[in-house]
Design a protein around this ligand. Structure first.
Ligand code: ATP
Ligand code: MG
Length: 568
């Protein structure tokens, strides 16, 4: 301890919001260099390596092969899949001295697909699963919470290549089980949820979520069946038009009203003495296939990930005021579906059920009332395009109402299908010498985020309580008074026994008060303390556990056996 670089802090650092970030800073594990960019100090790097080692062991056991790809990636590959444009501002772009475009790798589908299309020709050499543990770069809009959302961070990413969907299915299940083993070995409480595939894309995907009240993600979990999904992808089991056959039934004629001064849905609803669920929120988006109009109930939130899926588009962004004026002939804030022509309209399942609805009149300062689906407007597509609420019914069993839990996404597994292999012509020759496109899966784990998630799940008023597998050192030996030679002698003896046995062990040889030393060791979160003090008169030392404070007095020459038993 007297030599270890572990700059602990007494005060909570101001830069940190969540407890795990505060503790990693206070306990001297990490230091910030710039927003979302961190140095791992000796303790932090040991924890990171503990996570990597478990991940590596389990991936190897599952039959995956480790590789190491570059971080500096040529733009050409990214242009092949269209992601050079699609990835947007999250991609760190650079030019070399010849003005050629490069980026810093945020994920490696293009690179691995390029490798495999050149390295593998025959069905005989498939399937393969290749992985790496490597630094990733993403220019996140809001880097925060320390290692949780960095701009430079460590990830394990794996990519598998197959000759059939069934084969991919098998490997996907293999990876699912491998991830369960990894997070169990790391001592984490987690749930697996159905997820949106985001920028990586492809078909089905699932996320591994470490449960924590401060987690950024919401998990929608059905209490009546096994359905669980992220907020982004949780389906809504109610209100299907087909189920109810109902469309609006208002008998009153359409009525245009002046709503001057009202801006928000709430204000409009209050002004017209009704509630937001009677209003139709009309949003105009631009996509790669042109503008579209999306409708959701005024009290619901449109889910862009779902809208993308329903429309089958990749590029979706809110339209500029110019486009809105062109489409609706009115300024922003007064859009509505009635009378719109020559533009695709998508409605959420709940929208056609609104009776006597209220919506923008496509005219400045005006809305219309008593709007009815079918009579006054129609949608080209009706589907689930809103975020689920906890009052919604499970889309699987149609019985349970969602419980909402919070969590931290630590892993994500995808069935990519041919999304990358098709665009990049990653093909093989089958048994009949026919050229076929490879089918892919991909599987990521955030190494640093997992380490920090463990802290978020396991701490107390004194500091971090590391699960054994993750702890940077498993044991700390603390002579209560370092100036007493007998205490130091026994301490040194147990220390060298531990090192000899390959135990990650720390000796607190600092000439400080016992209270100060214990405080630091507890802040750091070492699972087992060997305290050498008064009881040494009777030849005994104290062995104390961090997680529950349990103490045991043992003869000093039995201390190492006791430690080994605890570690086993
Ligand atoms: P998020 O939705 O949190 O941004 P993502 O869906 O973009 O994550 P993936 O592309 O699936 O993440 O990356 C795989 C894993 O890498 C994630 O499950 C997460 O553990 C980790 N990860 C992603 N982004 C970051 C980041 N900015 N900092 C640290 N870890 C990250
Ligand atoms: Mg992301």
């Amino acid at each position: 301890m007297s030599q270890l670089v572990v700059p602990t802090l007494r005060e909570d650092p101001r830069e940190a919001e969540v407890v795990s970030h505060k503790l990693l800073l206070r306990a001297g594990f990490i230091r910030r260099l710039a927003a979302g960019i961190y140095t791992y100090l000796p303790l932090g790097f040991r924890v990171l390596n503990n996570v990597s080692n478990v991940v590596r062991q389990e991936m190897d056991k599952a039959g995956a092969q480790e590789v190491f790809m570059p971080s500096l990636l040529p733009a050409e590959l990214w242009k092949e899949t269209g992601r050079w444009d699609m990835y947007g501002k999250e991609l760190f772009r650079i030019k070399d001295r010849h003005e050629r475009d490069f980026c810093l790798g945020p994920t490696h589908e293009e690179v691995i697909t390029d490798l495999v299309r050149n390295a593998i020709r025959s069905y005989r050499n498939l399937p393969v699963n290749l992985y790496q543990i490597q630094t990733k770069f993403r220019d996140e809009i809001r880097p925060r919470f320390g290692l949780m959302r960095g701009r430079e961070f460590m990830m394990k990413d794996a990519y598998s290549f197959h000759t059939s969907q069934e084969d991919l299915e098998k490997e996907y299940q293999n990876m699912y089980k491998t991830y369960c083993s990894i997070f169990e070995r790391l001592g984490l409480k987690y749930r697996v949820v159905e997820a949106d595939s985001g920028l990586i894309g492809g078909g089905f995907s699932q996320e591994f979520m470490v449960l924590a009240d401060t987690g950024e993600e919401e998990l929608f979990v059905c209490p009546k069946c096994d359905y669980a999904a992220s907020r982004e992808s949780a389906g809504v089991g109610e209100f299907r038009v087909a189920d109810s056959q109902s469309t609006g039934t208002s008998k009153n004629a359409l009525k245009e009203v002046h709503t001057s001064g009202t801006k928000t849905i709430e204000e409009v609803a209050a002004f017209l003495k009704t509630s937001p669920d009677k209003t139709i929120k009309t949003l105009i988006y631009e996509t790669e296939t042109g503008p579209v109009v999306a409708l959701v109930r005024g009290d619901h939130a449109l889910n862009e990930a779902k809208l993308k899926r329903v429309l089958g588009v990749q590029d979706l962004r809110l339209a500029s005021e110019k486009v809105i004026e062109k489409v609706t002939k009115a300024p922003l804030g007064f859009s509505g579906p009635v009378g719109l022509k020559g533009i695709k309209i998508v409605a959420d399942n709940c929208v056609p059920l609104i009776e006597n609805g209220i919506t923008g009149a496509n005219k400045k300062d005006h809305h219309i009332m008593d709007v009815s689906y079918g009579r006054d407007y129609k949608a080209d597509l009706i589907g689930d395009i809103r975020f689920a609420l906890c009052s919604d019914v499970c889309p699987k069993c149609k019985k349970g109402k969602f419980d909402v839990l919070r969590g931290i996404e630590v892993g994500h597994i995808f069935k990519l299908g041919t999304k990358y292999s098709e665009k990049m012509k990653c093909v093989y020759l089958d048994e009949n010498n026919q050229e076929k496109t490879m089918i892919m899966g991909c599987y990521g784990i955030g190494i640093g985020r997992t380490a920090q998630a463990a802290v978020e799940q396991s701490f107390d008023k004194d500091g971090i309580v590391w699960p054994m597998t993750l702890a940077p050192y498993k044991v700390a030996i603390i002579p209560v008074n370092s100036s007493i030679p007998e205490q130091m002698e026994v301490a040194e003896k147990i220390y060298s026994q531990g090192r000899g046995a390959g135990v990650a062990i720390l000796l607190d040889d600092r000439e400080l008060r016992a209270g100060v030393k214990l405080k630091d060791i507890d802040l750091i979160g070492i699972p087992i303390k060997v305290i050498i003090g008064k009881a040494l008169k009777d030849g005994k030392v104290e062995i104390k556990l961090r997680k529950n404070g349990e103490v045991k007095l043992v003869p000093e020459d039995r201390a190492m056996d006791e430690i080994k038993a605890l570690l086993a």
